[in-house]
Design a binder for this molecule. Structure first.
Ligand SMILES: *Cc1c(COP(=O)(O)O)cnc(C)c1O
Length: 407
């Protein structure tokens, strides 16, 4: 079958809730992927940071296949021999007291919302069903009804109501607005340390420290959604470290399994995860032995191969070169580590067609929001590979870049 045949099948039988680039991939190794016609591309999206360790990392593959041949699922009605070691390893690595594993990122967010509400009622003493959680404009926390209900992005929520009450929205990056939104029913704030889907938006210096202080002063739980920014992406294990703070609850997903398998978790350093009693929360696949074995290997790769430090160094190399590129269509370059956004001028006509032009040159990336081109290669990327990517970006966005529809 040719690429167009695969695309025709998807169009005919699948729901049309995506608009992917028309590249049909069949194989991946490290930072590279190949399409069904054998063309090679560098993956500069990494499945939104789920592939920090690169495609088909051999150590994670080995853990997956070995565990898959032994035991894959027990449900949590029974215990399994991967769960305890996974708990210990992730808590020691992240200096957390407790962990609650789930599958998708959205489930980790939902779990945190439940935990923070219950903490509010049973420990803080908020009146029943009165709890409020503060969230930020332009957020992205996933796609369930509760989560899209507190999105400010119309296309995420339009036509999907009615929504879950109990959330209050404030502008992102504005600590004063948070302070003003707090009342006696406020139990916590849920925020991304850097807004990823929102366009790689980095808050002003001191923002996370201010949130930490507000949470301490008002007895609120600080929940950081590090599903995209965590596990090395920004050049630190967690983006919170750039401001020297610790969240009360941290959400991880995506790279937690190195792209092999959906594994997410809520990590906590406070009493917030202690509120659940048997029967109050769960998931058939959450904490299954296959997922635990994969996550253990994925975390080992992250630390043993120095990927966090590499993200910092290669991110610096990207940022230096991109800032010097002097492109007529780039208004701003934003980034931390290997989470980089190029904000294009409105006259450039949207980031999508620059992604198409880069695809033609063998580099895959995507647009987030209409005018932001996102670069987030696997953290294993080498200097040579970084320079190759910069060369392609220079060709497409550099001095000669056109603002006409054909780029
Ligand atoms: C991807 C993402 C999620 C949702 O994760 P899913 O696994 O797609 O449900 C939540 N928060 C952030 C910040 C994300 O980037």
């Amino acid at each position: 079958m040719k690429a167009e045949d695969y695309i025709a099948l998807e169009d005919r039988y699948g729901a049309h809730n995506y608009s992917p680039l028309d590249v049909v991939l069949a194989k991946g190794r490290g930072v590279w992927v190949w399409d069904v016609e054998g063309r090679r591309y560098m993956d500069c999206l990494s499945a939104y940071s789920a592939l920090n360790q690169g495609h088909c990392h051999p150590a994670i593959l080995k853990a997956l296949t070995e565990q898959a041949a032994k035991l894959t699922l027990t449900s949590r009605a029974f215990r399994n021999d991967q769960l305890g070691p996974f708990y210990q390893e992730i808590c020691e690595l992240t200096r957390s007291h407790k962990v609650l594993p789930m599958n998708s990122g959205a489930e980790a967010v939902e779990t945190a919302v439940k935990a923070v509400r219950k903490w509010g009622y049973s420990i803080k003493g908020v009146g029943l069903d009165q709890a409020e959680i503060i969230v930020c404009e332009n957020n992205f926390h996933g796609r369930t009804i509760t989560i899209v209900g507190f999105s400010s992005h119309e296309s995420y929520k339009e036509g999907f109501g009615p929504f879950t009450p109990g959330f209050r929205m404030v502008p992102f990056g504005d600590a004063e607005a948070v302070e003003q939104a707090v009342n006696e029913n406020t139990v916590g704030i849920l925020v991304e340390p850097i807004q990823g889907e929102g366009g790689i938006v980095i808050p002003p210096d001191g923002y996370l420290r201010a949130l930490r202080r507000i949470c301490d002063e008002n007895r609120m739980v600080l929940v950081l959604d590090e599903i995209q920014t965590g596990l090395g992406r920004t050049g630190k294990l967690f983006a919170e470290e750039h401001e020297g703070i610790e969240a009360d609850a941290t959400l991880v997903g995506k790279a937690l399994s190195g792209g092999f398998y959906p594994v997410s978790a809520v990590l906590s350093n406070s009493e917030v995860l202690s509120v659940f009693m048997p029967g109050e929360h769960g998931s058939t696949f959450g904490g299954n032995p296959l997922g635990c074995a994969v996550a253990r290997a994925a975390l080992r790769v992250l630390t043993e191969e120095g990927l966090i430090d590499n993200a910092r160094r290669m991110g610096g190399r990207f940022m230096d070169a991109l800032s010097r590129m002097n492109s007529p269509v780039v208004a701003e370059v934003r980034g931390r580590g290997l989470l980089i956004g190029l904000e294009l001028i409105p006259e450039a006509g949207g980031a999508r067609r620059y992604c198409e032009a880069l695809r033609e040159r063998g580099l895959l990336c995507n647009a987030t929001r209409e005018h932001v081109l996102r670069l987030a290669p696997p953290l294993i990327i080498t200097e040579e590979e970084t320079d190759w990517a910069l060369e392609q970006l220079g060709e497409v966005l550099g001095k000669e870049a056109g603002v006409s529809p054909d780029v």
